[in-house]
Structures are given as C-alpha cells and as structure tokens.
Design a protein around this ligand. Sequence first.
Ligand code: PGA
Length: 248
Amino acid sequence: MKPLIAGNWKMNHGPQEGKTFFEEIKEIPGKKADVVIFPPFVTIAYVKDLARERGIFLGAQNLYWRPHGAFTGEISAKMLVEARVDFVLVGHSERRNILGEDDELINLKLKTALDYGLKPILCVGENLQEREEGRAMEKIKFQLDADLSGIHPSRVIIAYEPIWAIGTGKNATPEQAEEVHAFIKQYLGEVKVLYGGSVKPGNAFSLLSQPHIDGVLVGGASLKPDSFYDIIQSGIKAFEVKDSGPLF
Ligand code: PGA
C-alpha cells in the first residue's frame, strides 16, 4: 500500500513560483507514494511537464458542473481534462464557507468530475462548535449523505478536514483523526480517506501511522519543497511500518 500525499496550494504560487517549486523538489524515492499537487488554475499549464517528469500528479482546486457557456469566472471539467489534470478538490471548507457552496452544488460537481474521468477528493469536516458539542460525526454523516447522493462512495476519495484545524497550526490528534476515519470507512465501506488540517513535517508520521489514515491533504506545508518532501518521506516510512504488520 502507498500513501496519497496531496498538496493544496490554495491561492498561492503563480506560474513563476510554481515552476520554482517543481524545479527544487527532490525525486520521490522508488515511487513509494502517490503525490498530487493542486496549483491555482493559471499555474497548471506552466508546471505540467515538470510535474510529469517528477512523477507528481496535478489536480485542480475547483470545477463548475456545466460543460461550457455563460458562467463568468468558472472552469469546466472538460477544460480540466484538456489541461491534463487528474484530480479535483470538491467541497473544501473555504469554498463552502467563504464562497457559499452548498451540498447540492457539491453533489453536482462530484457527479460531473466522475463523468469526465477526474478523481474527485471530497472534503468534509466539522467546525469547532460542532466538535465541542459532540456533533462531529453527525455533521460528517450529513455531509457524506448529501454530497454523495446517487454516487457510489468507492469512486470518490474523502478528505477529513476539521475546520478548526485548517490553517490554525492546531492539528487533530492522531487519535481524534483515527476515530473519524474509522467512522467514515465503517459508514461508506471501501474508500480512501485522507486527513487534512495543519499537517506538517513534525506531525505527519504519527498521523499517517494510524490504521485508517490513507494519506494527507496539506495546505501551508505544501508550499515549500523541503517541508512537502519531508511529509512525503514520513508517509513512506509510516506505510512501510504499517505494511510490515505487528511485531508480535
Ligand atoms: P493547512 O490546510 O494544512 O494549511 O491547515 C489544509 C487544507 O485546507 O487543505
């Protein structure tokens, strides 16, 4: 088994900085991890050859569900396929909370991504109040039901991203993350689940060592080639230990 290590650049790294990142990142040893970077749309074309040479997949941070037409500012799945993108993020909490995306729209985007052969990563997660009130699982279950309506869950990768952990430096503990991941897998069946929220070189190994954590979605720490590479290495090490099974 390989970990999936994903880097979400958000609104950072235009074409120049994007190119520099790919020029500087070290080669991934022995293809022991699947690695994908989500640059801003305008950066994709500038880094696609460098990414391919380094065995790194590219993803888009968003898509619109209509194929073309009068939708100013939007990008279609068809365009992403033409731009040679493999993955797409759907339902990130920043798009839900800052840009007002609802579960109905997220469901349409997931269906569209799948229709065009893209691999969607659906982000779900509770806010601080919901966690403190003991409603984290209820919130996640609600999002999964609504967002995956009419979709077989095995076709989608899930990212569990507690909102209180995103960009705050305060990650979920490995135990907190493991509990939610185990719940999602029990609820949906065979599905890959990534953890996201303040993942950094110092906590990646302990998170990725949890039995139900299949990878990570990294924001801030994916912007620098060295810290992102450290996280990739942690994933490879954690999965080697997991694959070798219990010692006794
Ligand atoms: P962060 O972001 O690693 O900066 O907390 C994670 C995400 O939003 O995907």
